[in-house]
Design a binder for this molecule. Structure first.
Ligand code: FES
Length: 258
């Protein structure tokens, strides 16, 4: 884990209330893996004092860390106002990321909303495999383009709740169709709101398909010290709780009590 003063290279709006930030952070980039996260101090002022957690969305040019975030509260509102050339304190990479399937194995990536962030990084690292990338949004206004990440050629499908783009309905409809097409022979990776993750877990557990989920929770410290990110484990485990910040945020879907 590294603490670094990172210079902002860009901080641009890519969808409604959604920003992509590039930060110069070579030491963190050198160790970053898909599924891990960073804690960012959004302001040098004392308020807000706590760092905010952000999934690592990718890396570029060997030293640029990419963070995709949605403005949902005070911290992210401050972050959206940070400009090129300013510096922020970044701590990371933190947590346990995705485990890669064997070479040649097919993969299905399922995201909901801003949960696409860690899956973009994962897709970049798995471009040599047969893969489907399914992303769901409430509306087309929230849709995050992925071409900038070099993912324009991948097999992707979109769903929106209001039908303004792609399939009208939950992304799990697309997911069930994709599983049938791959005849169950795929590794599944998912990140998004809890009800969506729960449905993805249910579908994969019923069919005995390997599934890793990245769980989003509130994190105050990101370091295993505050106990604020505990989630209940399933009966398969010999512990009652996991800390999302250290044991996760990526878990095998069988490990959690849904
Ligand atoms: Fe503090 Fe996980 S965020 S223990």
């Amino acid at each position: 884990m590294i603490e670094q003063k990172a210079e902002i290279i860009f901080n641009r709006k890519v969808a409604s209330d959604t920003f992509l930030m590039g930060l110069r952070a070579s030491d963190i980039v050198a160790e970053a893996a898909p599924g891990q996260f960073v804690m960012i101090r959004v302001s040098p002022e004392l308020d807000p004092i706590l760092r905010r957690p952000f999934s690592i969305c990718g890396t570029q040019e060997g030293d640029m860390l990419l963070v995709l975030y949605r403005v949902i509260g005070k911290g992210t509102r401050i972050l959206a106002g940070v400009g090129q050339g300013e510096t922020l304190s970044v701590l990371g990479p933190l947590g346990t990321g995705f485990k890669f399937p064997e070479k040649g194995q097919k993969a299905i990536l399922v995201s909901g909303g801003i949960g696409i962030a860690p899956l973009i990084f994962l897709a970049q690292k798995m471009k040599d495999r047969e893969m489907k990338f399914l992303s769901g949004y409430r509306s087309v206004k929230e849709m995050v383009p992925i071409e900038w990440a070099g993912l324009s050629g991948i097999n992707d499908s979109i769903s929106t709740d209001d039908g303004t783009m792609g399939h009208k309905g939950p992304v799990t409809d697309l997911f069930e169709a994709a599983i049938d097409e791959f005849r169950g022979g795929a590794f599944v990776f998912s990140c998004g709101p809890l009800p969506m993750l729960k449905k993805v877990a249910e579908i994969t557990l019923e069919r005995g398909i390997s599934c890793q989920v990245s769980v989003e929770t509130h994190m105050a410290c990101g370091l295993g010290a505050c106990q604020g990110c505990a989630v209940k484990s399933s009966f398969h485990e010999d512990r009652t709780y996991f800390h999302v910040c250290q044991d996760g945020p990526v878990f095998d879907a069988r490990s959690l009590d849904w």
